[in-house]
Write a protein that binds this ligand. Structure first.
Ligand code: HEM
Length: 434
């Protein structure tokens, strides 16, 4: 069987078309070429797959036959090294085993109080009638939460320095990941990376000097030793995991929250349901309140469907793998786009419509496992998925108990498919006291 393929008339591949409008192009290709087609992007032959059975094969059934792509390792490697997101094989398995306990249900419960406290600080600072860039506010908030819960770093100076450096590094990494040619890295980028490295290594050194168990992720990683030779993680390995969790653990949740606030501002009937729910819980929410916030969770899930922060991730086959319509040959890439997958109309009728009731427990149970994958699925599923959902629920409840957010008059909101899918430019919203 020959797979449909995107035409490549001038031999440079479809990178140019794709880069101009990644989201629109993905949907247009899907309409034109079906649920499994190939595209030549620069020097790579890529399979773009939205078919739920094939996705099951790639992410679950034959997950061990797919690695992270070399190109992802190249573009994000300087920042994330061999951290969980980019590593493969035995090294990845060991690191995942070491990090996993920090994300166990029992531990996550203890983070709830801090999440609510930090969200409370943000809303206490906001002045009614004033406009804030909610995307930026959420990025600061989620960064402080990751720093405090997983690394016991107090807010303030450090988080500012981290976000300044990431502001330079992330857009660059996103651009580099998509360019057909490798560009030399600019001075601003190397400076920012050095600044971030210095910060993280100083932090590791401080903790090595006083290795008291603080019960956080870093203590777990530092105490962990290899079963065979008894060695612990090197400074480099620790640095890579810290960078990875900082990065993967805040931008994504921040985007999800920004989109949720935007969607609520456009759907007053859903907002009204949510306000009634958070009011019934009383101030301020606690971990136990989560069970009483089912609509909040449905709203977050629906926002993650329409605007999945990880809008595109990828794999590379290590051996030939047969799918329903054709074979992914060893070395070829696979693009997995939750943005496109979440718009398959047979699973999500009228896909562009914001409708949190798609995620009532009964209806959610009918969604195939690989048709809704904001956190991916299978062995490489997001390690922070429960953390993120709980965080989003608690932040929304804490904020909405006190204020509503209105989109600033005249603001135009459109998605920007960067490393994460975020609102392009600012997301200016006006705070209205309740
Ligand atoms: C709404 C928020 C989030 C979304 C949408 C999200 C999405 C994802 C996705 C799709 C992957 C798989 C990527 C791939 O296979 O290429 C992933 C992996 C990962 N995520 Fe998340 N994530 C979120 C929050 C978090 C949080 C809060 C943390 C940590 C505190 C985190 C840490 C990680 C790590 C370490 C990996 C790599 C796991 C592995 O390969 O073993 N994420 N995430």
């Amino acid at each position: 069987m020959t797979l449909p393929s995107v035409p490549n008339p001038v031999g440079v591949g479809a990178a140019l078309t794709f880069n101009r409008d990644p989201l629109g192009t993905l949907l247009a290709w899907r309409r034109e070429y079906g649920p499994h087609f190939v595209a030549q992007i620069a020097s790579s032959r890529l399979h773009v797959i939205t078919d739920a059975d094939d996705l099951y094969t790639v992410l679950v059934g034959r997950a061990k036959d797919f690695n992270k792509r070399d190109s992802a390792k190249e573009s994000l490697g300087p920042l994330l090294g061999r951290g969980l997101l980019l590593s493969d094989g035995d090294f990845w398995r060991r690191q995942r085993r070491l990090a996993q306990p920090a994300f166990h249900h029992k531990r996550i419960v203890t983070y709830a109080t801090q999440m609510v406290a930090y969200a409370g600080d943000v809303v206490a600072r906001w002045q009614p009638g004033q406009t804030y860039d909610i995307a930026d506010e959420m990025t600061g908030l989620t960064l402080r939460i990751v720093a405090r819960t997983l690394f016991n770093v107090e807010t303030g100076d450090v988080t500012h320095r981290v976000s300044d450096a990431l502001d330079v590094l992330l857009p660059t990494a996103a651009r580099r990941a998509r360019l057909p040619v490798r560009l030399p890295v600019g001075r601003r980028v190397t400076d920012s990376l050095e600044a971030l490295d210095a910060l993280v290594y100083a932090f590791i050194e401080e903790r090595r000097a006083d290795p008291t168990d603080r019960g956080d992720l870093l203590s777990m990683l530092m105490a962990a030793t290899d079963e065979d030779d008894g060695t612990g993680m090197t400074d480099q390995a620790l640095r890579d995991e810290i960078m990875t969790i900082f990065l993967a653990g805040h931008e994504t949740t921040a985007s999800a929250l920004a989109w949720t606030f935007y969607l609520l501002s456009q759907h007053p009937e859903v907002e009204a349901r949510l306000l009634a729910e958070v009011d019934a819980v009383g101030h301020p929410p606690t971990y136990d309140a989560i069970a009483d916030l089912p609509t909040t969770l449905m709203v977050v899930k629906e926002a993650l469907r329409l605007y999945p922060p990880a809008w595109l991730f990828s794999r590379q086959a290590t051996t030939d793998v047969a799918l329903k319509r054709g074979v992914v040959a060893a070395g070829e890439g696979v693009w997995i786009s939750p943005y496109a997958i979440h718009r398959e109309a047979d699973v999500f009728p009228d896909p562009e419509r914001f409708d949190p009731d798609r995620f009532t427990p009964e209806r959610e149970a009918a969604i195939p496992r690989t048709a809704y994958i904001p956190f991916s699925t299978g062995p490489r599923v997001c390690i922070g998925n429960s953390f993120a959902l709980m965080e989003a629920q608690l932040i929304l409840a804490t904020i909405l108990q006190r204020v509503r957010l209105r989109l600033a008059p005249g603001a135009a909101v459109e998605p920007l498919a960067d490393i994460t899918l975020r609102p392009k430019g600012d997301l200016p919203m006006v705070v209205e006291a309740r």
